[in-house]
Structure formats: C-alpha cells, structure tokens
Design a protein around this ligand. Structure first.
Ligand SMILES: [Zn+2]
Ligand SMILES: [Zn+2]
Length: 260
C-alpha cells in the first residue's frame, strides 16, 4: 500500500508547528546572527521570494553536506548551479559548496533527527545580502517510509532540504533503474522548487495548477513538481532518461514572485 505524499507533506507542516518554538539561545549570539538563524527556521515556502528575487538578497549560497560514504555524483553541483541561475535573480552570484560530515549510522531519520544534525553542522545562513540554503545527504532512510512506499527527499524548513542517500543508491545504477546522477539531480531540483514556493506554498499561483490530491504539487505529470518525483513513483516519471522540466504554470509562478 502506498502512503499518500499529501500526508507526508502535511506531516512536515505539522512537525514544524510542533517544534517551531525551539530555542535559538539568542543570548549566545549577536543580534544579526540570531536573526539569521531564526530566519533559517521558518516554515516551508517562507523564503521563496528571498530565494527568487534580488529585492532583499543579491547572492545565494547553497551548502551541501553529505555523510561520509554518500558523496553525490560529480555533476550535481554544476547541474544545480545551472538550475538556480536559470530561475533566480542573483546579480551577486551563486555559490555552491560541498563538504563531508561524520556518518550518522542510523537506519532511518525523523524530522527531529534531521534538524538536530543540520543544527550541529550547518554553516551557511542568511548573511548581509546573501541568502543561505542547506542540503543534507543522509546515510539512511526517512522515518516516514512504510512498506513499499518511500521518500527520496523532503524539505523541512524554509531554507532546508534533506535527501536520503541510501535510498537513492539502492534505486539507481542497476538494471531497470535510472542513473544515480539523474535521480539525484531530479530530486534535488524538485526539493529546491519547494523552497521556491512551488506549488502554492510561498509563491502564489498565476493559474490554478495545484494537484487537488497532492497538496503543494503540480497537477501536470510531466512537470518537475509532480508529486511522484520525490517518491518511489519517480522511477516511472524519469523513464525517459532526462530531468523533468518545470512546466509553464510553475515557471509563471516563479516569475510572478521575483524569479526568472
Ligand atoms: Zn514534493
Ligand atoms: Zn508544474
């Protein structure tokens, strides 16, 4: 039985509100640092305009951290830079860097686990006129997975993505499966799309196109923001061997919220 991704999506919102009052200990930080840290812990979609437009932030930094043994394929950084350059207005440039962290050695990770690891290791936050994003590649599965239903990646804060590296390795580079590069690039782009406010979560829709059965996703099965793209269903979606593009409706929402 397949667990509904709608449920997963709303579960993430719920999880945020349950722990949304976590303490930043601002007395340990100067005012700017405390504000930047707080802004990284807002709900999904809250940073969409900051990521897309040059209104508040001229440049963008994406920190990718992977647990040792789960380094992404070599093309990921360039592929994601191209995606961000195509969609965002960042005259100050886009900087992406990759570092390794110690393995967590857990079978699965809950949202609370993922946030704790991020908080202990992350260094890219909003700073001055630079918006900071964070992507964590874990060595285990999502704690939300059940039976035959699983998730490759998720967003859990306004500027934060988690990818389940073990799940991606197990479902790529073998007969009947896509290349790991295609899988990683597709899921990463999809999750960044959520941080950009797609669909209808932070970037208002120009034309209605939110899937009524899968909140926060596009109703076009050929679009990058189709719900199946972050789940086991992706293996059918990318059968053609290429990363699904954003459709016109998703592009229009991005443009209307300050992107390109
Ligand atoms: Zn999604
Ligand atoms: Zn779309």
């Amino acid at each position: 039985m397949r667990k509904s991704p709608l449920f997963i999506f709303f579960l993430l919102f719920l999880a945020f509100f349950q722990v949304g009052c976590e303490n930043v200990s601002p007395e340990d930080l100067d005012d700017n640092a405390a504000r930047d840290l707080r802004s990284a812990r807002r709900p999904i979609g809250a940073a969409a305009r900051e990521i897309l437009s040059s209104q508040h932030f001229q440049s963008l930094q994406l920190e990718i951290q992977y647990m040792v043994g789960f380094e992404p394929t070599p093309g990921l950084v360039d592929n994601i830079r191209e995606f961000l350059e195509e969609l965002t207005n960042k005259p100050g440039g886009i900087d992406i860097y990759l570092t390794a962290i110690a393995p967590g050695r857990q079978e699965s990770y809950s949202i609370a686990d993922i946030r704790a690891i991020e908080d202990a290791n992350r260094s890219s936050y909003n700073q001055g006129r630079k918006v900071g994003l964070y992507l964590l590649i874990l060595d285990g599965y999502s704690a939300e997975d059940t039976g035959g239903s699983f998730t490759f990646g998720l967003v859990h804060r306004s500027n934060s993505i988690a990818l389940f590296g073990r799940r991606m390795r197990e479902n790529s580079d073998t007969v009947g499966r896509p290349s790991r590069s295609l899988l990683e690039n597709t899921v990463t782009r999809h999750e960044i799309g959520h941080l950009m406010g797609l669909v209808n979560v932070g970037s208002d829709m120009v034309e209605p196109h939110e899937d009524p059965n899968h909140g926060g996703h596009c109703d076009n099965s050929s679009c990058l923001m189709y719900w199946a793209v972050e789940t086991a269903g992706l293996l059918n979606v990318i059968d053609g061997g290429f990363i699904p593009p954003l459709d016109e409706n998703c592009r229009n929402d991005i443009r209307a919220n300050g992107g390109r």
